[in-house]
Design a protein around this ligand. Sequence first.
Ligand code: PEP
Ligand code: MN
Length: 258
Amino acid sequence: MSRAVMHVNTRRFSSIESLFDLNDTFHVIAGPCSVESMSQMEAIAQSLANMGVGFIRGGAFKPRTSPYDFQGLGIEGLKILSRIKAKYGLITVSEIMDPRDVEPAAESIDIIQIGSRNMYNYPLLKEVGKAGIPVLLKRGMMATLDEFILAAEYIISEGNHKVVLCERGIRTFENKTRNTLDVAGIAILKLETNLPVIADLSHALGRTDIVEPVAHAVKHAGADGIMLEVHNQPSQALSDHFQQLDLGQFQSLMNSFR
Ligand code: PEP
Ligand code: MN
């Protein structure tokens, strides 16, 4: 099937299995930077479900640069995600930073995210490998593609093959975007691995105004999907307010793929 007629994920085509099937579905994972409350998550989840999006993200343990910034709701945030999953049938993704949180997280969420700052956290990689839960592994902000692939090997070598690679931009001298999205890297990861590859456009770009053309660019480069930060009230968000799409912006992005 040519990429031009790929299904952009409707719930019919969204399942954890389809993410690993590499079956020409272009997956969309959307949701806020941080889980802030049940009512915030319900407002977002309801819209995503109406739009046919199958995956919702939301950080409960937040790796903030400043210790004085909002650190996330922790275990309470994971419980909110579990209630959202039960109510809206969405597949949930959330970051874990501490190996001790892997086991409780596996009881509440569907996919554990390993963030950019933890790509080199080998005890954590081994722990999610042993847990066997699907893992969304982000590229370290200073990691080469080979280092990224070897980080995935840490998980796979423990017997867990359910790894999604997520390009989220690397640090360069360029400051018009938050990071520099490595589109060529996406094509290379597709050549050199047999894992699903997605692009987190929100943390790569750090802005909302160029998301649409770049989303189409990564699809053409072979990405199996995108991750986007979407909030019901971006200006009120407790983290990354400047890069989160509002629900209307997200709807028009989805329409651009139809
Ligand atoms: C996130 O996705 O919430 C996040 C913190 O991203 P990254 O690890 O890519 O910075
Ligand atoms: Mn964020």
